[in-house]
Design a protein around this ligand. Sequence first.
Ligand code: HEM
Length: 188
Amino acid sequence: MISTELKEGTKDAHIELEKIVVQQLKAIQTSEDYARLLKYFYAFFCEVEKAIAPFMTSEVVPDYSERRNASHLKADIEALGGDVRKDIPRATAPSISTKYQALGALYVMEGSVLGGRTIVKMLEKNNIHTGISFFSGYGENTPVLWGRFIELLNQQITGDEHKRQAIQAAKDTFTLFAVTFRDAAVLH
Ligand code: HEM
């Protein structure tokens, strides 16, 4: 099943990215620090959302409009007094030219909801309670929405070539997100 293969195939990439994000979270002392971190997520999610948009039809992901996206990041940044038009890091999305690659990239973004609970707890330890809508994900509905998404992946990605495309795109998505943090280049 592609869901298991995606999990296995991106395990190392997840560990790498998690390390970077945890390091960033531990360094947060103020709301400004937190808004700066959110801008990395915002920059990257905007790029990935643009790249996958042509494939997000109602047949492929029927509940796409209900799913968490960069607009939550924008709302969180603004709740912290930040401005999404300023100091946005440079981010590059993986190249997406098939539905299978788009679903692989979406797997990474949807999966990040699962780690969100831990992230919210880490933020609370640093006394950050504002601007947490993105990391709060779907709250108690998270298991249901994740389950529905996994089912969709398993139904739509079956052949070897399609699986290969999805796994490669998911790996690229993890890696390019890590690169966004490493580059730390500000675009505008
Ligand atoms: C502090 C940072 C992070 C922590 C502590 C974390 C933790 C976790 C945990 C505990 C799970 C498993 C949850 C479960 O099975 O119920 C998970 C799954 C996942 N996370 Fe993260 N995560 C972090 C960041 C991220 C980020 C930034 C992304 C992507 C942008 C990401 C993508 C994923 C994906 C795709 C899965 C699904 C794995 C599967 O197929 O089951 N995570 N994460």
